[in-house]
Design a protein around this ligand. Structure first.
Ligand SMILES: [Zn+2]
Length: 611
């Protein structure tokens, strides 16, 4: 281009549209985006840009979720506007005069010679209604382009959306080759996989004489490039499971993340409340976006990736594994339920081993487990001893993918927080804190934050007995597999031989007598669920409920984490939601006998027992 735009050619800056052209094998939109006068003769050189079709998006069962549909933008080139009959023009477009004036001012401000979109996303019918009259209005023309069309009302948070590139984005180097009015992925998968989905533009240079007759390719097509269609994305999401999850949490705030532990593929990604992806496409998208933004329930907020909560009792599983690895407890270690240390959840049998401690979620037991892990007599100074112990604890906990971004294929992921020695040094002062300062970490409370995605990944790690694949949404890009980084196993700092010791206790949580997660039980179908309930302290209102699980216990195919905000104890709301999701995924349906539980999750007064 440098060569073509050199002194031999005068760039006239005329941008025209020639329309939609469908090639036999490759669909693309062809845009004439420049005409250059050749100094040597009377011919001009036209630069035709072929914008390829954006890739479609499918679920794991090849169900089409997102595709393309033609829409039309009305463009204006301010310099070419002549003697505009504003009244007639506004009538044609059914546009208030003030709005037209404001739009024209904005267009002039952007460029007098380049086209700016005046009205976007006209439907084919709206386009037909104005098409014939436009000839009376020089400086205005219509450009066809492809917009996203959604075949699903679900998964909006993961899909993200596509919009016309904004002047602000156009200034960024990575979008330097985009033209105004063109589509770009703005959030979610549409943004993360933008280069893949958009493909590559083709450019052709054609010689045209003064009468507009084509005189062939410039220099035999030496500078031409072919367009390459955008690639399709094949998601690991199960569209049916996704729809079911969104239905379960429709009236709640919270999240559900389900992962296939054997691959790290995300099966369901529910952020409640949700919105329909169709809302962020087509005419009026801007207004709908603002409505969503102002909604006090924050439907745009991507909870599984961006909301961080103290994990509550589910975190006891991680602490137990760390202590087993350090050799400070064994699976047969018993600790008194000593309520002088920390209050316990309820009256229960003596926790003579780890299984009984997990089943009863005994707070004093796990207080003593963590104390054994942190206070190890590594220094005669008790403050220094706590510093050394906590540093090792933090490093081992982080190996579970906590406190850092996991690296999911989406931009907005939060890292969560696993407090460090430096954090407490700063908070309390050097050698001014000890185990009593940090003990709430033993039960997953206090200065600790993890995301729903991270919690599901911890369960996938336990399901795999010690390793995980980074969770991801895309299992196939065109004919290829996932990105290579999603095929790597990540081992934790805990030996794979130790994970088996916590699993019987997790099965007892669900299927044992008086287990706290019994509403997640699928024993009637011969499926053993291993799980853990949790209650997340919320200083702003009712506690949040959580439940995390995997199933079948001996050959896990799904790991899941459910958070339901302001609904109190995890066993009453989050556990049945998780159980229903597991049932739906493993059996393909939910038994009629579970209809009442479904209604309870959807409509029940989950906080009634807290009043
Ligand atoms: Zn207890």
């Amino acid at each position: 281009m440098q060569y073509l735009e050199g002194r031999r050619y005068v760039v006239q800056g005329i941008f025209l549209l020639v329309g939609l052209v469908f090639a036999a094998r490759l669909f693309f939109m062809q845009v004439l985006d420049g005409t250059y006068k050749l100094a040597a003769d009377k011919n001009t050189l036209q630069r035709l840009v072929q914008v390829p079709f954006r890739g479609s998006v499918y679920d794991r069962n090849n169900q089409l979720l997102v595709t393309n549909t033609p829409v039309y933008d009305l463009l204006v080139v301010p310099r070419e506007v002549r003697a505009l009959d504003s009244a007639r023009f506004c009538q044609l477009l059914q546009m208030p005069l003030e709005e037209l004036r404001a739009s024209l001012r904005a267009a002039k401000k952007y460029s007098r010679t380049k086209p700016s979109p005046l009205v976007q996303n006209l439907s084919p019918a709206e386009h037909a209604a104005i098409q014939d009259n436009l000839i009376d209005f020089p400086g205005f023309r219509v450009q066809a382009r492809m917009a996203r069309a959604y075949r699903t009302p679900n998964l909006a948070h993961a899909l993200g959306y596509v919009g016309s590139i904004t002047p602000r984005l156009l200034e960024l180097p990575k979008y330097a080759h985009y033209v105004p009015g063109e589509n770009v992925g703005i959030a979610g998968l549409e943004s993360y996989y933008e280069p893949t989905l958009m493909g590559r533009r083709g450019v052709q240079y054609k010689m045209v004489n003064v009468r507009g007759v084509e005189k062939g390719a410039f220099r035999g097509g030496e500078f031409d490039t072919l367009s390459v269609a955008g690639q399709d994305l094949h998601l690991s999401i199960d569209a049916e499971l996704q729809a079911y999850g969104e239905e379960l949490l429709a009236g709640r705030r919270g999240s559900i993340v389900a992962i296939d532990p054997k691959t790290g593929e995300i099966l369901a990604f529910v952020s409640a409340p949700h919105y329909e992806p169709q809302m962020l496409t087509g005419k009026g998208m801007g207004n709908r976006y603002m409505d969503l933004l102002r909604n006090p329930d924050r439907p745009l907020f991507d909870r599984p990736l961006m909301a961080t909560y103290p994990p509550g009792s589910v975190f006891k599983l991680v602490n137990e594994l760390v202590a087993l690895q350090l050799g400070v407890v064994t699976p047969n270690t018993g600790f008194e339920c000593n309520q002088k240390l920390v209050h316990c959840t309820h009256q229960h049998e003596y926790p003579a081993n780890v299984s009984l401690a997990i089943k009863n979620s005994c707070n004093p037991y796990f207080y003593q487990v963590m104390r054994a892990a942190v206070v190890r007599g590594q220094s005669p100074n008790k403050f220094e001893d706590a510093r050394l112990g906590l540093a090792q604890w933090q490093k081992m906990v982080k190996s579970f993918g906590l406190g850092e971004k996991l690296g999911v294929d989406m931009g907005q992921e939060k890292r969560g927080f696993i407090p460090s020695v430096e954090f407490y040094d700063k908070l309390r002062g050097y050698h001014h804190w000890n185990f009593r300062t940090v003990y709430s970490l033993a039960i997953g409370q206090g200065e600790i934050g993890i995301t729903g995605l991270q919690m599901a990944n911890v369960l996938a790690t336990i399901a795999n007995r010690g390793y995980y694949y980074t969770p991801h949404f895309v299992k196939g890009i065109g004919p290829s597999g996932p990105l290579p980084k999603y095929r790597e196993r990540h081992y934790t700092a805990v030996d794979t031989t130790l994970f088996k010791y916590i699993i019987p206790g997790m099965q007892e949580v669900v299927d044992g007598r008086g287990g706290t997660g019994s509403l997640a039980s699928l024993r009637e179908f011969g499926i053993s669920v291993a799980g853990k309930t949790g209650t997340v302290q919320n200083p702003h209102g009712f506690d949040h409920a959580t439940f995390a699980a995997f199933a079948p216990a001996n050959d896990p195919k799904i790991a899941i984490a459910v958070f339901i905000e302001n609904s109190g104890f995890g066993g009453t709301s989050a556990a049945p939601a998780a159980g229903l999701m597991i049932e739906k995924y493993l059996r393909g349906k939910v038994a009629p006998s579970h209809k009442r539980m479904e209604d309870w999750v959807k409509y029940g007064n989950l906080t009634a027992h807290l009043h």
